[in-house]
Design a binder for this molecule. Structure first.
Ligand code: F6P
Length: 357
């Protein structure tokens, strides 16, 4: 029986999206030949809402294994607005269901992070045949050991930290490197360890600035200090506040992240010259690493197997190193945080890395 398979990529992009799309497509064509048609939904859920899609052919999936970004385009379409009718008067959920029907889809693959999985679950509950695939440099999708894009970003962030080491040494400075990860600190933790950072600051472990400053002073004889700071880090006082209140106070201080404040306070407390480096979206750019190409391919092939088995309402996942799947309803809306007693945190602490706690 012929199947029409829709694919979309939603939320922030990352290396490995195309490798996953290719993995799904190649496995489907290999398995089903002419009995499969793949429909690319453009720009994530926005394309599904607006009916922007195109029929793809086998050639569209050639040469994309190494390509960064996404051939389908992506967009952030916040889950919290999915059921809200805005000025354009569009009922988004009804519009998405209509596109699914108009495109005669038998199923839809949603490649994305936490927000994407929430909407995927919503669509599944609305009766569509949905499969989620875990993408994000943040590695914070619940129920999977790892997400594709994460290890490439770890490699890039590690390279940034390596390069900062030499300039930090030359100038005897304290260098604060801000690494993406708004809710979870996985990327900062991994790259901080891989890059030999002296201090690692993550949202799961609120910091005390005095302790970070003391750790810098302890390194005085070494000449320089490297801090890997997660974009979403906050201090112990901010930890007492609700997220909205924290954001409001930050805005009053003209800050979006804590990193510039950490640098300034360390300079004041220690008298050491500090600088901030923000690699930002560079962490999401370029070709996926070999690890992510393999992971993306495994995830893509597994999604094709789920389609062949008509098994829908699931999110592909790596569970104890085996590619498998979780019910979407069990993972949507949850975040995988770094446990404060995680083995990697203990490993770093055993080396003398300060977390400021
Ligand atoms: O979720 C991935 C991520 O890269 C986060 O680490 C970061 O906070 C966010 O996306 C940045 O999003 P945007 O691309 O919308 O600026």
């Amino acid at each position: 029986m012929k199947k029409r398979v829709g694919i979309l990529t939603s939320g922030g992009d990352c290396p490995g999206l195309n490798a996953t799309i290719r993995g799904v497509a190649k496995a489907l064509y290999a398995r089903m030949g002419d009995n499969v048609e793949i429909i690319g939904i453009l720009n994530g859920y926005s394309g599904l809402i607006n009916g922007d899609y195109k029929e793809m052919c086998e050639d569209d999936f050639r040469g994309i294994l190494t390509l960064g970004g996404t051939i389908l385009g992506t967009k952030r379409t916040p889950f919290k607005l999915m059921r809200v009718v805005e000025e354009d008067k569009i009922d988004k959920v009804a519009a998405m269901k209509k596109t699914y029907k108009d495109a005669k889809l038998d199923c839809l693959l949603c490649l994305g992070g936490n927000g994407t999985h929430k909407t995927a679950n919503l669509l599944s509950q609305e009766g569509l045949n949905i499969i989620g695939l875990p993408k994000t440099i943040d590695n914070d999708i619940y129920g999977t050991d790892v997400t594709f894009g994460f290890h490439t970003a770890v490699d890039i962030a590690t390279d940034v930290i390596d390069r900062i080491h030499t300039t930090a040494g030359s100038h005897s400075r304290v260098m604060c490197i801000e690494i993406m990860g708004n809710k979870a600190g996985w990327l900062t933790l991994y790259s901080g360890i891989a890059g030999g950072a002296d201090m690692i600051v993550i949202p799961e472990i609120p910091y005390d600035i005095e302790k970070l400053a003391a750790a810098c002073e302890k390194r005085e004889s070494k000449g320089f200090s490297i801090l890997a700071v997660a974009e979403g880090a906050f201090d112990k006082e901010e930890a007492k506040l609700k997220k909205k209140e924290r954001a409001r106070l930050r805005a009053e201080q003209g800050l979006t992240t804590a990193t510039p404040r950490i640098a300034k306070q360390i300079e004041e407390l220690t008298g050491r010259e500090t600088r901030v480096c923000v690699p930002g979206h560079m962490l999401r750019g370029g070709s996926p690493s070999a690890y992510d190409r393999v992971l993306a391919t495994k995830f893509g092939v597994h999604a094709a197997e789920l389609i062949a088995a008509d098994k829908y309402g699931y999110a592909v996942a790596m569970i104890n190193e085996v590619v498998s799947e979780n019910p979407l309803s069990e993972v949507a809306g949850k975040t995988k945080f770094v446990p404060a007693d995680h083995q990697l945190v203990k490993t770093a602490k055993a080396l003398g890395v300060a977390f400021g706690d």
